[in-house]
Design a protein around this ligand. Sequence first.
Ligand code: ADP
Ligand code: ASP
Ligand code: MG
Length: 359
Amino acid sequence: MSLENVQEDLEAERSPADVVCYAGGVQKQSANAAAFKFGGSSLLGADCMLHAAGLVRAATRESRVTVVVSAMKGVTDHLLSIAHALAQGKLAYARREAELVLDLHLSVLGDLQLDEDDDVRVRRELQLLGCDLLHEVRVHDRVAATAELFDRLASFGERFSARLFAAALEKLGISAVPVTSSEFVLTCDTFRDAQPHLEQTKERGRAILLPLLQEGIVPVVTGFIGATPDGRITTLGRNSSDFSGAIIAHVVDADELVIWTDVDGIYTANPKESVEARLLHELSYDEAHALAANGAKVLHAKVLPLAAETEMVVWVRNTFNPLARGTRIGSPRLPGASKGASQAPVQHFVESSQRGGVA
Ligand code: ADP
Ligand code: ASP
Ligand code: MG
């Protein structure tokens, strides 16, 4: 484990061979692939979404980026409380709360201030999702609180946020499409804690994601959710969007997974609770796993075995402080080796912020 006193070097090193410039040098295509996962705290409202989208835009100059999103902070809890209300027969309350969830996302859309055509299009998408949500609430008389119902309702948070995040990217001039991960993340039917079938997920996911990446489109994939072979929505467990990030990074053969969150990286203890907590700069997969398994909520423990197996470098970085280097998890770096794509956003983000290009 290496602690905070490591010299921070924000210069991104990159191999010229990784970047192919087209005529005029405007459009770049890279062999690098990165997956960026944004947690709920990074997505809370239009300003946060545009800021996070700015980080993605900067990274697309160096890498093919696939985005994985959580629900906006608090939304999954809200949806689960609706499931509880349904189970208790509180239908009017459940319906009101479901309408509030839709209104929340519509108000973020309003705050994004898209062009009129885009606003109309995305509003329609959100309203269609809202109809599905309200339908879930309407069709049930008093229902058994099945785990399947909980997962179906909980899935709406990521489905809403993926649409909004794709819209935020489009606003910044980046082609993006929302992708619902239940289209390809195949799981068992242990609702609320479903296990993915990795090989089938990889095959199905590549068929959906690679053509988008080849077209220069950023897929914005829902974290947290999958589906059984017969198409019933599952979730991978609470806080599992990090795990989805690792799964989707594996699907697209990403060199790096960046977990963007609201602290500067992984600390020796929760930095919001302990003034003694110290930032850890470098961790092995085993060290990170031990911290995550002992309750460091900043990173879901299931990320680490998959990352270790595929030798994927995982970074934990602060969306709100992109100049901070973050925590790197991986095999020890050889002297002189490239830092990879994850540092590139810092450089470009700073450049474009200075030009006023990032919201
Ligand atoms: P996100 O919304 O980005 O998924 P989470 O709330 O799941 O964020 O995780 C980030 C939070 O994890 C931090 O705000 C921090 O309070 C908490 N945390 C707990 N233990 C640690 C730790 N050892 N290092 C860093 N953060 C930690
Ligand atoms: N939205 C889900 C949850 O709150 C997954 C996640 O955020 O990681 O549990
Ligand atoms: Mg989290």
